[in-house]
Ligand binder design. Sequence first.
Ligand code: 3AM
Length: 180
Amino acid sequence: MIRLFVALPLPPLLRQTLALAGGGIPGARWSPADNLHITLKFIGEVDERVADDIVSALDGVHAPAFEVALRGVGLFESGKGPRLLYAAVVPSPALIDLEKRVEAALARVPGLDIDDRRFVPHVTLARLKAPDAGRLRAFVEGNGGLAPPPWRADRFALYSSVTGGEHPVYTPEEWFDLEE
Ligand code: 3AM
């Protein structure tokens, strides 16, 4: 079995910059630079044979390359308080369209049960467990103006995810080019 998700990578320099912004909030586990990405669709655990079908399906996704921009930070909350700190992604029509195309391609793979939660494009900066409320608020307020230079998304990847360690290990297993 292999745990998979589909995501857009972030440029290496941007990953380093965002990872360096971390620290200083007790109760926040910061994503290492290598883990920063924009999830398009979480797939979950699948059999290796199904993984091959997923690659074939994603090969059939044709979409244009497009500009991506991050703008500000936000929190995902659960009933028990904030659980995830993220950099928000400007939801351009091209990004929404790509997510829909990936979703449609995966829907055609037999044996897959993909979650259909609303797409809120984001980059997970930290996972939170009883974070220090004052420090968290200061970080969110201090980074409301986050606006790194936009970049051109010209490919996406099928990533594997190995959980269990301090941080999950994400590895791009296959790349899929967007059209220029
Ligand atoms: O892009 P982020 O970091 O928000 O939280 C997991 C991570 O999202 C999410 O998939 C990405 C790669 O692991 N994820 C993990 N389990 C999930 C699930 N059961 C999930 N998303 C939806 N349903």
